[in-house]
Each structure stands twice: as C-alpha cells, then as structure tokens.
Design a protein around this ligand. Sequence first.
Ligand code: FEO
Ligand code: CA
Ligand code: CA
Length: 636
Amino acid sequence: MKDLKATSHLSWDEWDELNDPRPERTDFDDVVSGAMSRRGFLGGVLAIGSGAAVMGLGPRASQAQTAVERFAFTPIPIQTDTTVHVPEGYRWKPLAKWGQPLFTGVEEMSHETGVSLAASDRVFGENTDGMESFVHEGHQLIAVNHEYVNPEINLPHIEGGIPTSAEHVRILQNMQGVTVMEIAQGGDGFEIVLDSPYNRRIHHNTPMEIRGPAAGHDLLKTEADPEGRTALGTFNNCGSGRTPWGTYLTCEENFNGYFGSTDPELEADLPEDYTRYGIGAQSRYNYEAFDARFDVSQNPNEPRRAGYVVEIDPTNPKSTPIKRTALGRFKHENAAATLAADGRVVVYLGDDERGEFLYRFVSDAPYVEGEDTSSLLDEGQLYVAKFNDDMSGEWIALTPEATGMADDAEIAIFTRLAGSAVGATTMDRPEWVAVNPVAVEAYCALTNNSDRGIEGNAGGDPASVGGPNPRAENEYGQILRWFPADEDHAASQFRWDLYVMAGNPVVHDDAYAGSDNIEPAEGEGTVGNLFNSPDGMSFDTTGLLWIQTDGDDTNEGDFAGMGNNQMLAGDPETGRIERFLTGPKGSEVTGLTWSDDKRTMFVGIQHPNAPFPDGEGMLPRSAVIQVVRDDNGLLG
Ligand code: FEO
Ligand code: CA
Ligand code: CA
C-alpha cells in the first residue's frame, strides 16, 4: 500500500508538482541560476518590459480620468479572513455547495458521514471550477466543472480517505466531473431547480464518444473498447469554454494523476510518452487497486484516452459527451472559442504546466448558424505558438511534415511532443485564455513559473528568460495579450505585449515590482491592486477583463499586501485594474459566468481552508456564489 495519506491534504497542483517533479538540478544549473540573480538578468529583456512589451500606461492622471467610468464599483481592500467580500452596493450568497442535492429525496453530504454511494452522483460535486451559463427554451442552465476531491472528507470513515474498496473509489469518481443544473429566481436570488430534467452529473464513469483524428487509432484501443472510439469518464475538469452553437466545453487538465500501476516492477519501464505527461506508477486516489481501467500495468492505453477537451450539450440530458481529439492532448486549462473573419471556428488552448505551450485550433469549415456543427471541432488544424523577442509571433501548424510524426492521430495524442518538434515557446504555465468580444485580441494568464531560467519542461525544451516570459523564477505571473494580424483570429502572425506583470512594488524595485499598472495600497483610502498568480479569466459583454487568482495567500514576504485570492477587473484600453472580490482564506477564486440578464454574476470559490460558506464549526465547502447589485443593476 502506498503512503497516500501524507499527501491527501494537498491541492491537485501541489500534489502533481510533488509527484512529478522537474528533473534533478545539476551543479551547472545552480551556476546558471546564480548568474540570473533577480537584478542581474534584467538588462536585455526588461528593457523591452519597461517600454513597449508591457502595456505602456502613459501619464497616470489622464488614465484615471477615463478609467473611472469603466468601473461601476468602488474597489475593495485585500482581506485575510474566512469569507467573501464584494464592494459596497453589492451583495453575495451561495448558489450551490459541494454535496448539495440536485434532486429531491437525496441526502445532503454531511460532515460526519460524508456522502453515500447512492447520493454521490445526485449532488453538486466538489471543487467547483470553470462554468458557463446557457438559456434553453426559457430555462436558465449552468454547466460547471468539479476538478478534484478531498478524499478524507468525502470518505470521513476511512483513514486518510484512501479508498479500500471499489465502492469508495466510485464515490470519489462520482464527486468529480461536471454538473449541469437548471437554476431559477427564488425569493432572494437564484436557486437550483430540484428535479429539473436538465439536472445531470457527468463523472468518471459517464460514457463518452471519441471523435477527431485520434478516434479509432491503435493507441486508443483497449480490451473494453477494441474500436478506440468510446471511453468512460472525463477527468480533472478545470477550465471551460462555450461554442458559438451553445454547447459546453470542459477541459481535462491533470488527468495523469488518476493512473497508477499495481505492478511495482513497472515503474522502471513505463512507456516513453508517459514521462512527458507525468504519468507514473503512483496515482493520487488509489483507483488502480479497485478499478483496472486505471491500472496502466493492465491498460497502458487508458491514459492516452484522457487529456482532451470534451463537448457537452447542456440542453440535452441524454446526449453523449464527445472527446474532441483535434484540439490536442495535454493538460488543458480552458478552451476559448471565437470566430475568424470568415466564420471558421478558432479555439485558443493553454497547457498548464511549467514550460509547456499555448495552442490554437482553426476549423476547416465556417460556423453557419442553424447548420450542422457536429464535426466543426473534428476537422481543422492545430497550431502552437512561437513568440519572438521583437514582440512578433506566429502560429506554427502541427502537421506530419512539420513535426515528423506519422499522422494527425499521433499529433492529437502526443501533442506536447509535436509542439517540441517545431520549436514552440515554453511558457510560464498557460492558464485561461479569454477573447475580447469588442476588439480582435486575446489574453492568456501565465500564472507563474518557479522553473523559468532554471529547468525546461519534461521534454527538455529551453526555459530561457525572454519574450512573454521575462522573469526568472517567476513567482507572480503575468497576463499575455496578442493582436492577430489583419484583425483575424485565423491569421498566422500576431503582435503581442504583456497586459500586466504582477509583482510587489513594496518589496521589490526591479522587474519583480510588476508593471506600471500594479499599484500598492499607499496612503489613506487607497486599496491598490496587488495580486499574484492570475489564473481564471473571462470578458464580460462590455469588454472588461475579469481576472481571478490562484496564488500564494500567506500575505507575507514577497506576497505581503496581496491577501487572500481575489477577483479583479481590468480595462484593456487603459490597463487599469481594480479589485472587486476577495475569497476566503485558502481558497482559489475560479470560474465566472453571468445570468442571461447580466444582473447576477456567478463566481466559483474552490478549496476554502476555512469554514466557508456555512460559518464557524462547519465544513469548508467549495461553492458557486451569486453576486448582485443592491440596485439590481447590470454586472457585465
Ligand atoms: Fe486547474 Fe491550471 O488550473
Ligand atoms: Ca486554473
Ligand atoms: Ca492555478
């Protein structure tokens, strides 16, 4: 039995880093790292950073003037407490909490007994993440991801929450995946519509169809699925997206951690592609001991059937989710879909791991409203981004010719290796991409990268400091922005800059102070906008960029003055960024969508480490909250 207990308290990111560490550092690496001391490296790249590369803000006073009208709220200070704060004139309350029933007659999860097997796929799942809202025939629907579980709370009667039976495994599997639910206005805000025919849980055993270039390939065939065209379950559902035709995109991120081996001999002899994807002999939840599908010594192809973007029709509860392999296989953060000038579908995709890449898919056919959309995400070209220090960049097509791979199927399955083959730029952990609805530009949160300047990715690609990743040992993160050539998201070329470099101007006076649009709280009445580790991002319909953070909330040292994780709004035109919401201690703020009338904003609070939202003595529960204005005004 492996010692899983010691790691059961970790967030998924922390576990993945612990279990799949970067390669050992050598003496030579230490020398290089020493030479790149924080002040030492600034010369070349930050000469760009302090000028054109980071949004040049010009004179502060004039910006403040124009910016004021863009923000309808009074910015709030940081917090270090155990609840949510929003600006004066706004209020919040929970909409859906981990373990809350979606159907009548289903027991709510309890602190003492956890959740029963019978209830586990009939309640709101754990660790809420990306979400999108939809309106169908007058019904307001929300589809929302459940990224991972805290096993010791779901299985409180089992030591360390480590499954000791197939039933325990099934409970954990059911508490993850996706919830589709109908909501409606009650007496005081939105409520879940119990028993709505749209209410649905999609989890680790839900039948899925595999489509696109990898469907039917030998590498996807298993004993249970000799055709390689059907799979069970979607895993580690992180960020989200929505298609122009009104379907939900859920993104499989750290899928690697669900697979392990019951054969201890196998560790030394795992397939080569497992290394790049961090698949090892040790899983996080011990699924493999009771569910052979997750045992790579029996089913070596099974991990190759995860790591995709999955399309779900929230309006049809009987529909089969579809794994769209044309969008590549990696640790998908989100899927930001838009249209090219000629109507083709463009989807931007980040691979959230230190030194991995940023991708783009462009469909072959245009989207035409009312026409068949079923293969738009199957037939098209996947690209990977390459950035130049002169602030130009290009999308490189991942073709068999360019990558040296046999066919599009191999590229769809081993996408990271394809990106390496064409010299893609290693990035500081691409999290969400957001496309501006009122200008032809897109943004990607590069959350942080402690390995920048030290170690590349597991493929050995360079971690050199430069371009949109201008700081070694980057602990604060930055938001990259690009402007497609010819104002066309399908163009091969683009220009880029950094919308913001997070940092701490109180602690640092170099590039780690952040860009000019980072302001400390100085003087009476000022709240500043310090934050670290931008992650979730969405535009509202007015073109304001909402930024959510998943970073260090110790409020000490390099992170002093940043408080708990938070949500801020950024004006793309002026660069001004203001704090709108703060989360409870320990939580990550992730997932954002709006009611159809834009008078309610839904925000996800993941993994609070405090008795939120039920108060003292109660279990911390991840939850989707709703935020409204006291005057019932618009929020986006
Ligand atoms: Fe699940 Fe990269 O966040
Ligand atoms: Ca994230
Ligand atoms: Ca993150």
